[in-house]
Design a protein around this ligand. Structure first.
Ligand code: ANZ
Ligand code: ZN
Length: 817
């Protein structure tokens, strides 16, 4: 053993030992409890960033800790490898997205390995590999047959210059991010997954996810957005049709002054046929972004359709307007407008001079001013005839009942959640396994013909997808009638791959099934770790897929992730570390300069995992200094030679105290890691223990022996955090592999303090304190107090001790007079 901490050589040596021994390769073992620890897999963007290091270190600490507790631990890793950045990079280099992706994977895998993660690498997945996406395609065909995937015309963002469809985030201020062209809406057929069929269950099951942060559950609840309301039918004057609207505020029915329908509403399409002004307006609405968020901020515009609706209760006529703020995809694409009580309607009515009629008045001290804006709170009904005086819930029920009896409406619920459009008109994604036949329609590719392989050796010339021009890809024959047919050339949203990868790891090498019975052993994931940016979509889709797989009989559990930890961001100078901000610290240079253990220790010590972590060079140096001191302490100790075990009775006060602190630390750290996920406080307790350790002097056999006990346990306690150095130190001390060791247990006998401190007062004033041994009687302790040098001075000779007040284990008050 050398006296200086040689991080480079030990880290390499230890890692090749793990590789050779297959230390972290696991299989199902019914004799052990399992622990499936999963960190969100990375997108192979080029190289690791600090956020990855943080994410994967947290996962690794939990994995190694549970392994030492005796769990059979699965920690897999893979690559979320399809996606747009590969196309953009390939376009720049005139190369292939596949080549770029695979070389990034190679490099990043090398980096991950350097971090010393306890990963079972034989299970590595790359979602762009046919052996992975074959099963995604198979699932697609199953869901298509079950009508859980269907085709529907829907709106996309069309870039007229690049002749391509853009994702919402590629439309910036209504213009294409590359071409700068004004983006148009275009209607094209696309595939949708019926996630709405699971909306109720996805909502309900959130209640059972006790191991999830409240914040994430709230975000999911809001996204699913269940609302209770009613559907109301308005008949149209001199017209056979009627307009159906959805409202959550039937209590405001008597305040309706117009109806508004979406530009894409069938009624609007009908009237535009012989009305060029209206046609022009509808065309204007079809420009601009299709994103809901953009619509919410866009200026509200509208046009009077000329049609008049009949109010179902008052029978009065109200105009029907076509308005851009009404979404075709929500409710029934039409609203009853109540300008007095809805913000959007209010602004619209002001702009177009429509009536504003108040029907709700505030209860209690709330105030309102209809000159300034709508009163949107609940209240008491006025100007509503027979319903006057009712409050929200009574009014809701009474009006819904009335409409029901008139056959003009009924109670309904609505979800904000939409079906998931998964078609992408891009190249670098999983091909949609459908064949389009003139005679048979859409025919799913039969299982025996799967996978539909995406050609990888292509060159990106323009932004369009190469497979859309590649006859050898899309020309085929129909699997049902044998006539010439064409393949679908759209690919799937890359969120699809990450919606089921967790279920594939257990069955990673099964070539005949998507998942097999091994998933019953490993699923659900016990601990999932990743960024809060995935709180909504990824986690919702993954929960949805888990339920689909369950309903196909492939897996048993209803929820994929038992516990969820969302790690905070890595900041530098208060802002997020990111390439675009130019404030990144390259994990590679950190590893090169100080080693992986220093990087891991700093990251885990600098902040609680859920909070943001502020980068600090001095923090990194501090972590490195601690490891150097640890190395030195073990080295110095090691040179003392053979150490005999001590006997309980031989311990001195000093060694007893050291043992007390050691075992208290064991207890605390175990709880910090397991229950609180408070890794930073766990590390600081070891640091404190090492400080005490350094202060304990004496070369006698007993002291050295107790110090040995401390060192041995400190190495075990630090092993999940800094596994390389611990492996090397353990090897030096015991000549065995630490990977076989179990997590230390606190010795209860060391935790019984057989001395405690008592305070001594004279006439209520603090005058001194003393250490009292646990086996003394009250009489002994009182005598001790009276004999105490600090106290004696305050009991003057002539004053007699009148009485002693004794509070066990706390204080003695000597009352004189
Ligand atoms: C009348 C009304 C009066 C409304 C009032 C609100 C306040 P949530 O809660 O999100 O479900 N709405 C219905 N369909 C719409 C569509 N396709 N596009 C835009 N808005 C639509 O919202 C339901 C409310 O959103 C409905 O209740 C309707 O406006 C509007 F004082 O109806 B309300
Ligand atoms: Zn056919």
């Amino acid at each position: 053993m050398q006296s200086n901490y040689p991080f480079k050589s030990i880290e390499e040596k230890v890692r090749s030992y793990w590789d050779m021994e297959l230390t972290f390769s696991v299989s199902e073992d019914s004799k052990k409890p399992k622990y499936y620890c999963l960190s969100m897999f990375p997108y192979p963007s080029g190289k690791l960033h600090m956020g990855h290091v943080r994410n994967y270190t947290i996962g690794d600490v939990l994995s190694r800790f549970h392994r030492m507790l005796g769990f059979n631990v699965l920690q897999p890793m893979g690559w979320d490898a399809f996606g747009l950045p590969a196309e953009n990079a390939a376009l720049q280099n005139k190369s292939a997205p596949a080549a770029w992706t695979y070389s990034n994977i190679d490099y990043m895998k090398h980096q991950l390995k350097q971090l010393g993660l306890a990963i079972d690498w034989k299970r590595e997945i790359a979602t762009c590999r046919p052996e992975y996406y074959k099963w995604e395609q198979w699932l697609f065909t199953e869901l298509f047959k079950k009508k859980l995937i269907y085709k529907k015309i829907s709106t996309v963002n069309w870039d007229p210059v690049d002749q391509t469809v853009l994702a919402n985030e590629q439309v910036i201020d209504g213009k294409g991010w590359r071409s700068g062209a004004v983006i148009e809406k275009k209607e094209i057929p696309q595939y949708f997954m019926k996630i709405t069929e699971y909306a109720d269950e996805l909502l309900r099951d959130l209640d059972g996810l006790e191991g999830w942060p409240e914040q994430v559950k709230t975000m999911q609840r809001n996204w699913i957005g269940k609302s209770y309301g009613c559907e109301i039918e308005f008949s149209i004057k001199d017209h056979a049709d009627h307009v159906k609207i959805y409202t959550t505020r039937p209590d405001t029915l008597l305040g309706v002054t117009y109806l508004a329908i979406a530009a894409e509403h069938p009624l609007a399409s009908l009237i535009k046929k012989n009305n060029p002004t209206i046609e022009a307006f509808i065309n204007e609405c079809s420009r601009g972004s299709a994103a809901e968020a953009d619509l919410a901020t866009a200026e509200k515009i509208g046009i009077d359709s000329g049609l008049r609706a009949i109010h179902p209760i008052t029978q009065k006529e109200v105009p029907i307007w076509i308005a851009n703020y009404v979404l075709i995809s929500y409710g029934s694409g039409a609203v009853m407008a109540v300008p007095a009580h809805d913000e959007r309607d209010f602004h619209f009515a002001k702009k177009y001079n429509l009536n504003i009629e108040q029907v709700i008045e505030p209860i209690d001290a709330k105030t309102m001013n209809l000159e300034e804006g709508a009163y949107t709170d609940y209240g008491r009904l006025i100007n509503s005839g027979e319903f006057n005086g009712l409050e929200f819930q009574e009014a809701f029920d009474a009006i819904v009942n009335k409409l029901t009896s008139l056959h003009k409406g009924k109670k309904t619920t609505q979800f904000r959640l939409r079906d998931w459009g998964i078609s992408r008109q891009r190249y670098w994604g999983c091909p949609i396994p459908i064949i389009k036949c003139h005679s048979c329609g859409e025919v799913p590719v039969p299982e025996k013909d799967l996978p539909v392989v995406l050609p990888e050796s292509i060159v990106m010339h323009g932004v369009g997808s190469p497979i859309k021009q590649d006859e050898s890809f899309y020309k085929t024959t129909c699997p049902s009638c044998g006539k010439p047919a064409e393949r679908e050339t759209d690919t799937m949203d890359t969120f699809v791959e990450s919606s089921w990868y967790f279920a594939r790891y257990p069955s990673y090498n099964n070539q005949n099934a998507m998942v097999d019975e091994r998933s019953d052993y490993w699923m659900p994931v016990d601990q999932y770790i990743g960024g809060i940016e995935h709180a909504i979509l990824h986690l919702l889709y993954a929960r949805f897929f888990n339920k689909i797989l369950r309903d196909l009989g492939l897996i048993k559990h209803s929820e994929p992730f038992k516990n969820l930890l969302t790690q905070g961001m890595v900041l530098k100078n208060g802002t997020k570390m990111s390439k675009s901000k130019g404030n990144t610290v390259d994990p590679q240079s950190l590893i090169d300069q100080f080693g992986a253990d220093t990087a891991r220790l700093f990251i885990m010590f600098a902040a609680p995992p859920e909070q943001s972590l502020e980068w600090s060079d001095s923090g990194v140096e501090g972590a490195n200094r601690f490891l150097k001191r640890l190395w030195k302490a073990v080295y110095d100790h090691h040179t003392k030679g053979k150490i005999a075990p001590y006997k309980e009775g031989e311990l001195t006060a000093q060694t007893k105290n050291l043992r007390f602190e050691l075992h208290q630390t064991i207890q605390k750290i175990t709880d910090d890691i397991q229950r609180r996920h408070s890794f930073n406080t766990a590390i600081s307790s070891v640091m404190e223990l090492m400080n005490t350790f350094a202060k304990v002097e004496g070369e006698d056999a007993i002291t050295v022996s107790v110090k040995q006990e401390v060192i041995q346990n400190v190495i075990l306690l630090l092993n999940p955090f800094v596994p390389h150095i611990c492996h090397a130190l353990w090897d030096h001390l015991f000549n065995t592999a630490i990977d076989q060791e179990v997590w230390p247990k606190a010795d209860p006998s060391a935790l019984i303090k057989n001395e405690y401190e008592m305070v001594i007062q004279v006439n209520g004033k603090l005058r001194g304190n003393m250490l009292v041994s646990a086996d003394l009687t009250q009489k002994d302790i009182e005598l001790m107090a009276l004999e105490n040098e600090d106290v004696k001075r305050f009991i003057s000779l002539e004053s007699k001790v009148k009485k002693l007040i004794f509070v066990p284990k706390k204080l003695i008050n000597i009352v004189t007079g």
